[in-house]
Ligand binder design. Structure first.
Ligand code: ATP
Length: 490
């Protein structure tokens, strides 16, 4: 029977086999920051490649972008992050632990996190925390008044006093796409409907971090802003809902572990027309089901906001580049014809496009793929640990072994390895008993192992062992590449 709680198993496998390490571990670690080891970097790169292939490469209507992490501070004023990107927190009067108010559990309610939008920095609403439990010390109802906590990291840019300024590390990649909307329109032949996609690092000074790489302060997002004509937006919203869900299941996540959670109207940001989370049933946390990706209909909000931001730029200079001293300029009456509008050649019409945004976390997806692929089974009285990765995600595609380290077998195996590694990520191993080498590759999620044995030297055939079924096929050496290409779909 499948085990229910296996995050500890995953964490220990990740460390033992070099998928994921705690950041700065030799100095005791840095809270909620993680490093990807030799197998982990391959896995996460494959997750990103699979996203890019599906969202950009295979489509005619999406182009890519790679923006800088540091952006002009006005970007965050216009997007709303400078004023609103905060979590409401409360401090336990007994143990001084600060917790997100929406993550506090009720004494009488065993269910998990509630979901709320981020709060405005100036708003401190009176929330009733009388029944809430402190997750650190367990005391009930002993909290300070909730207060907003800014989530953006800040740093200083520039050496000279007169031109240095405070800038922010981006808390999402999306704004770089909006800021480049005009550039992409002017430099390519894209026509609405079309999307701009980006994968990159984002930073949030999260209050509550938890569960390994699920919520970290530095993480990677894969975001698509899909621009469409107002009126067609809900069709595109539904299109992207389906497309994104299918991506996860096509890459092997079990359907029963995935679901949509449509946001309630009172949960929606004021500008959003719809928002749905793709949730995965993680083996941790209070409620199991946790967000992997959010898909939102953001209407024309962001582009309109940036048009207002562009109109505010002079005020920013006049106020010593201090965002807190300025207000965003009001919208021009003919905002529809503004610098971030789109001209429809056929209809001879100008408008601000609507935007559908699927926003996925690459670290969270990597964790979901790890958890979902993890398996233990009894084989001849021994426990076999394995990762049943989809071949596209497997860090190593093929292990290549000589059965024994003599009789010319290593030479033949090396030759096969040298050829195959031109096409896939391969691993050559001649140490210890072959059974142990198979187990090591099972644990790394390697879908196939090629073994050179005594028969190879006689008839030029090798065995190809399948990770999941453990069955072995005999293939001629010349045919190994084609055989594996077919099986791996590469
Ligand atoms: P949450 O409610 O979990 O804080 P969010 O709704 O604020 O997340 P979005 O702003 O919608 O998240 O970000 C889109 C995606 O980016 C999320 O679905 C998640 O996969 C990923 N993500 C967001 N914050 C983090 C984080 N701190 N660590 C890892 N991934 C994150």
């Amino acid at each position: 029977m499948a085990k229910l709680t296996k995050l500890d198993d995953i964490v220990s496998l990740c460390k033992r086999r070099g998928f994921i390490f705690q950041s700065s571990e030799i100095y005791g670690g840095l809270a909620s920051c993680y490093d990807y080891g030799p197998l982990g970097v391959e896995l996460k790169n494959n997750v990103k490649k699979a996203w890019w292939k599906n969202v950009v490469q295979m489509r005619d209507d999406v182009v890519g972008l790679d923006c800088s992490i540091l952006m002009h501070p006005m970007v965050w004023k216009a997007s709303g992050h400078a004023d609103k990107f905060a979590d409401l927190i409360a401090e336990c009067k007994k143990c001084n632990t600060r917790t997100r108010v929406d993550h506090l559990k009720d004494k009488t309610n065993e269910h998990g996190e509630e979901h709320t939008e981020h709060v405005a920095i100036e708003s401190v609403s009176g929330q009733n925390l009388i029944n809430k439990i402190c997750p650190a010390c367990g005391i009930v109802g002993q909290f300070t008044e909730p207060m907003p906590f800014k989530l953006m990291f800040e740093t200083k840019m520039g050496a000279n006093i007169d031109d240095s300024m405070t800038i922010q590390l981006r808390p999402e990649t999306a704004q770089g796409i909006f800021a480049n909307f005009r550039n992409v329109l002017d430099s390519t032949r894209v026509k609405i409907p079309f999307g701009i996609a980006q994968i990159g690092k984002s930073f949030r000074n999260e209050v509550t971090t938890k569960a390994f790489i699920f919520r970290t302060r530095e993480f990677e997002q894969a975001e698509l802003e899909f621009f469409c004509e107002p009126g067609t937006d809900m069709d595109w919203y539904n299109h992207w809902k389906e497309t994104r869900f299918k991506w996860y299941t096509d890459l092997g996540l079990k359907k029963e572990n995935l679901r949509f959670r449509e946001h309630d109207p009172d949960e929606l940001a004021h500008y959003a027309k719809g928002c749905v989370d793709v949730e995965y049933k993680f083996p941790f946390g209070s409620g199991d089901w946790q967000e992997l990706e959010g898909i939102a209909n953001r209407t024309d909000y962001d582009l309109r906001q940036h048009q207002r931001g562009m109109r505010t730029l002079n005020k920013w200079y006049e106020n010593d580049r201090d965002l807190s001293k300025i207000e965003l300029a009001s919208e021009a009456e003919d905002y529809n014809k503004g610098p971030l509008s789109y001209f429809d050649e056929q209809k001879k019409e100008r408008y601000i496009p609507y935007v559908i945004e699927p926003s996925a976390g690459m670290d969270r997806s990597t964790l979901a793929f790890l958890v979902d692929a993890y398996d233990e089974e009894e084989v001849r009285g021994e426990t076999r640990n394995l990762l049943r990765f989809h071949p596209a995600l497997a860090p190593i595609k093929v292990g290549i072994f000589p059965l024994v380290k003599k009789d010319g077998m290593p030479e033949v195996a090396r030759k096969i390895y040298d050829n195959l590694k031109k096409y896939f990520n391969c691993f050559y191993d001649e140490k210890s008993a072959v059974g142990r080498r198979y187990r090591r590759q099972d644990e790394a999620g390697t879908p196939f192992c090629v073994t050179v044995d005594g028969q190879t030297l006689e008839d030029n055939t090798v065995t190809v062992r399948d990770r999941d079924s453990m069955e072995q096929a005999r293939i001629t050496t010349d045919n190994v590449l084609n055989y594996l290409r077919g099986k791996l779909d590469m």
